[in-house]
Design a protein around this ligand. Structure first.
Ligand code: CMX
Length: 438
C-alpha cells in the first residue's frame, strides 16, 4: 500500500471506530435547531453534515485542518526558492491531517505525474463540441468522459466489499486529480488558441505544469497558480460544489460522477461562476465609462446603476463569511508583492474601498465584503489570461482537492445516503396552526 493510502487507512479506521462509539453513547444528543426561516432560506447555518477537511468561521474565514491561509503559506512545502505553497501539500494535509514534509510532497507530485495520462476518447469527446461551448460545460463533459476509468465502478461491478469502498475511492480521487490539469489546459488551448496544445513538462509540480500547459510562461504566474490552486480547494462542506459532490457521492456514485455534480454547482453565478462575472462586470464598467482608470465617484455611480438594474455586485457578499474573505486578502497580498501598477488590479482595490459602504447602506446584505472571486480575475488578466469564461475551470481544478479528499473520508467513515426531509408550504401552515401560532 502506498504511504499516503496507508496513513489514510490508519487515521480513518481509527476515527470510524471512535465515531461508532460516539454515536452509541450520544447519538440522541441535539446539536442544532432548525427555524422556519432556515427551511425557506437555503438551510443557512444548519449543522447537518460531517466534513473533515476544513471548517469555516464567519469572522476568521477558512481553516484547513486548523490552519489559516497565512499559516499554510508559511508551513506547506514549496518549490525550491518559491514562496507560495504547493497544492499537493494541502491535499496531503486535508486527507490525513498532517503537514507533509518536502519528500512526502515530492512523492505526491510524482504520483500525480504517473497517473496523469488522459485516455484519447476524452480529447475526442471534447473535440466533438463546438469551440464556443462554455469551458465549464466542456470541463464537465471531460470529467464524465473520464468516468470510463473509474476504479470504484469497475470494482463495485465485480463485487466490492463495503470495507474497501474507501480504497477504490482513494484510487479514483488520485487519478482524477492527476488528470484534471491536462484536461483543463486542453480545453483552454482548443477554445482560445486554435488547438495548439502544449505537452506536459513532467519535471514540474502539479500547479506549475498546469500553468505551463496553459501556455502562460514565467515563474510569477506559476507561483500564482500554486497559491490559487491552494486557496480555492475547500470551504467546508455546505457550499454548493462541496455539498453537491457529497450528495451525489452519497448514492455510491463514483468520484467522477460525484465531482461532476459538484462542478455543475460551481458553474452557477452565485457560486464559482462569479469569478468570470466579476471581471466581465469590471470590463463593462470600464467600457461604459471610457477609461481604464476610473475615479471612485465613477465606480460608485456604476455600482448604483448595477443595483438599480436589479443585479447583484459579483464578488461581494457571502452566505457564511461576515468579514473580508481571507482568500481575497491572500490574493491582494500576492498582487502587492508580485505586480506593480496594474490598471485592472487597481480597479479591484478601488472597488474594495467603495463597494462595502454601498452594500451596507442597502440594509439587507449580510456581508458587504469581497469574497474570493472579487480578486482572482484581475491577477489572471495581469498575466495575460484574459479569457474570463475560462476562470471557473481554474476554480474547479482546485476544488477537486477538497471535495475528493472529503469524498474519501465519507467512504472511509461509511457515511450513508444523504436524504433530508422536505415539506410543503401547506404542511408548514398546518404545523403553525396545530401549534396555536396562526
Ligand atoms: N450585491 C447585491 N445584493 C446582494 C449581494 C451583492 N453582492 N449580496 C447579497 N445581496 C442581497 C441578496 O441578493 C438578498 O437580496 P433579496 O433579499 O432582495 O433577495 C439580500 O442581499 C440578502 O442576501 P444575503 O443573506 O446577504 O446573502 P445570501 O447568503 O443569500 O447569498 C451570495 C450569498 C454569495 C449568493 C450573495 O452575496 C451574492 O449573490 N453575491 C454575489 C455573487 C457572488 O459573488 N458569489 C460568489 C460567492 C463565493 C463563491 O461561492 O465563489
Amino acid at each position: 500500500m502506498d504511504p499516503l493510502k496507508q496513513k489514510f487507512a490508519d487515521k480513518s479506521q481509527a476515527l470510524r471506530t471512535e465515531v461508532k462509539s460516539l454515536l452509541k453513547a450520544h447519538g440522541g444528543q441535539k446539536v442544532d435547531e432548525v427555524t422556519l426561516a432556515q427551511v425557506f432560506g437555503g438551510m443557512r447555518g444548519v449543522k447537518s453534515m460531517i466534513w473533515e477537511t476544513s471548517q469555516l468561521d464567519p469572522i476568521d474565514g477558512i481553516r484547513f485542518r486548523g490552519y489559516s491561509i497565512p499559516e499554510l503559506r508559511d508551513k506547506l512545502p514549496k518549490v525550491p526558492g518559491g514562496k507560495e505553497p504547493l497544492p499537493e501539500g494541502l491535499f496531503w494535509l486535508m486527507l490525513v491531517g498532517e503537514v507533509p514534509t518536502d519528500d512526502q510532497v515530492k512523492w505526491l507530485t510524482d504520483q500525480w505525474t504517473n497517473r496523469s495520462n488522459v485516455p484519447n476518447h476524452v480529447f475526442k469527446a471534447l473535440d466533438a463540441m463546438p469551440k464556443d461551448t462554455h469551458p465549464m460545460t466542456q470541463f464537465n463533459l471531460a470529467i464524465s468522459a473520464m468516468q470510463t476509468e473509474s476504479v470504484f465502478s469497475r470494482r463495485y461491478a465485480e463485487g466490492l466489499n463495503k470495507g474497501q469502498y474507501w480504497d477504490a475511492t482513494y484510487e479514483d480521487a488520485m487519478n482524477l486529480i492527476a488528470r484534471l490539469p491536462r484536461v483543463a489546459a486542453y480545453i483552454y488551448r482548443r477554445t482560445y488558441h486554435d488547438g495548439k496544445h502544449i505537452a506536459p513538462d513532467i519535471s514540474l509540480d502539479w500547479g506549475g505544469n498546469f500553468a505551463h500547459m496553459l501556455g502562460i510562461e514565467g515563474e510569477d504566474f506559476k507561483s500564482f497558480m500554486r497559491l490559487y490552486l491552494t486557496i480555492h480547494a475547500d470551504h467546508e462542506g455546505g457550499n454548493a460544489s462541496a455539498h453537491a459532490t457529497h450528495l451525489v457521492g452519497s448514492t455510491l456514485s463514483d468520484a467522477y460522477h460525484a465531482f461532476s455534480g459538484g462542478m455543475h454547482a460551481l458553474a452557477g453565478p452565485l457560486h464559482g461562476l462569479a469569478n468570470q462575472e466579476v471581471i466581465k462586470w469590471i470590463f463593462k464598467m470600464l467600457d461604459t465609462l471610457g477609461t481604464r482608470r476610473p475615479s471612485k465617484a465613477q465606480i460608485i455611480d456604476y455600482v448604483n446603476s448595477t443595483l438599480a438594474a436589479g443585479q447583484v455586485i459579483p464578488g461581494y457578499g457571502h452566505a457564511v463569511l461576515r468579514e473580508p474573505d481571507p482568500r481575497f486578502i491572500a490574493q491582494k497580498r500576492f498582487a502587492e508583492e508580485y505586480t506593480s501598477d496594474s490598471e485592472i488590479i487597481n480597479v479591484v482595490w478601488q472597488c474594495f474601498e467603495v463597494i462595502p459602504p454601498i452594500l451596507k447602506g442597502l440594509g439587507k446584505v449580510k456581508n458587504p465584503w469581497p469574497n474570493v472571486d472579487a480578486h482572482s480575475g484581475a491577477i489572471l488578466v495581469n498575466y495575460g489570461l484574459t479569457e474570463y469564461s475560462y476562470y471557473t475551470v481554474l476554480f474547479g481544478v482546485s476544488r477537486a482537492l477538497g471535495v475528493l479528499s472529503a469524498l474519501c473520508w465519507s467512504r472511509a467513515l461509511g457515511l450513508p445516503l444523504e436524504r433530508p426531509k422536505s415539506v410543503t408550504t401547506a404542511w408548514v401552515l398546518n404545523h403553525l396552526k396545530s401549534e396555536g401560532l396562526t
